[in-house]
Write a protein that binds this ligand. Sequence first.
Ligand SMILES: NC(=O)c1ccc[n+]([C@@H]2O[C@H](COP(=O)([O-])OP(=O)(O)OC[C@H]3O[C@@H](n4cnc5c(N)ncnc54)[C@H](O)[C@@H]3O)[C@@H](O)[C@H]2O)c1
Length: 380
Amino acid sequence: MTARETLRLELGARSYDIVVGTGLLADSGALVAAVVKQKRAIIVTDETVAKLHLERLRSGLDRAGIAHRAIVLPPGEGTKDFAHFSRLCEDVLALGLERITPLIALGGGVIGDLTGFAAATLLRGVDYVQVPTTLLAQVDSSVGGKTGIDSAHGKNMIGAFHQPVLVLADIDTLATLPRRELLAGYAEVVKYGLVRDRGFFEWLEGAGAALVAGDIDARRRAVLTSCAAKAAVVAIDERETGDRQLLNLGHTFGHALESETGFGDALLHGEAVALGIRLAFDLSAQLGLCPAAAASRVRAHYQAVGLPVALSQVANGKRFDPAALLEAMAHDKKVRDGKITLILARDIGDAFVSREVERATLESFLAAETLAPPPAAARR
Ligand SMILES: NC(=O)c1ccc[n+]([C@@H]2O[C@H](COP(=O)([O-])OP(=O)(O)OC[C@H]3O[C@@H](n4cnc5c(N)ncnc54)[C@H](O)[C@@H]3O)[C@@H](O)[C@H]2O)c1
């Protein structure tokens, strides 16, 4: 029994479907065949995902007579670098890529970003399909066409906007995702409620625990609502000059924390986002922009599902240096004329862009945060 729904991201000639549901890998052949120009595809995936899900994708493609080859890369953020990008491009070309041959990205955000960027540049641009297998990739990175790799100067510093021709978010793949990775993606799900959809946040306050525990219907509804929110924003602001910036809620703080912890396993992107969103709400409350009760609710929900909410929970026994955090924030891609861009909130469901917060205010806020003890019931 399969259940699925299809959303359309409207971008003129670059419009595409986002299919959310169960059993999609098994039916991938028919779904992919409907949008590609050649019955031949090159799958890009990582070793972990290949073991768990590649066979189902392969047999789905077989069923529709789509020939396929697979390139399997090491898992982890380290794969999103120039060396792997270069090797991937050479390997894809060695398989005889033509301008009409689609790439298929099967995996999390790392595989999606890397494959999307390869698709943007190989032969000056080929089609690609996103088959996201992490919650983070299903609700965020697979939709919207931001592709890229990391540089020594920072994350996602080299890339391109290149929209996929189809997104297949198969909820079944989430069953094998480690709980910590699932929670990291959940941080981004909550974000959509906090940015513009108070009702969704309130639903998550009730359904979040079941979603994390494995409830398929809750997962499907959460992915669908998140993709619909992202698609609506991307449709009006593909290049992130306006409302798409709101989806960076928590990300300026989050990137600084990731940068200080080395962009690795110590702090996952989604965990950094949860912390960053909690910080953005507390800063908004301290500045008198947002009710304190709203900030408390955000903290309470992230804590209830098991996401970190205090810097001391992720500092590995050390204390973050507030000046270093501020410095990292000042190097964010979103800095404009030297001003740090923050997404702040007037309330739950009412986020806005701010370039008004003085560095001194931020530094004393961060200094206090780096000293705050972990919550009594913290997991780690
Ligand atoms: N392009 C965008 O708009 C955008 C948005 C947000 C994040 N990102 C990027 O996404 C990346 C993070 O993505 P991620 O969190 O998906 O990380 P990831 O791709 O590294 O996946 C996390 C881990 O889960 C494993 N995995 C993937 N699917 C699995 C499954 N179904 N079962 C078991 N294990 C599975 C992977 O092998 C990996 O070890 C970052 O590089 C970030 O910059 C991009």
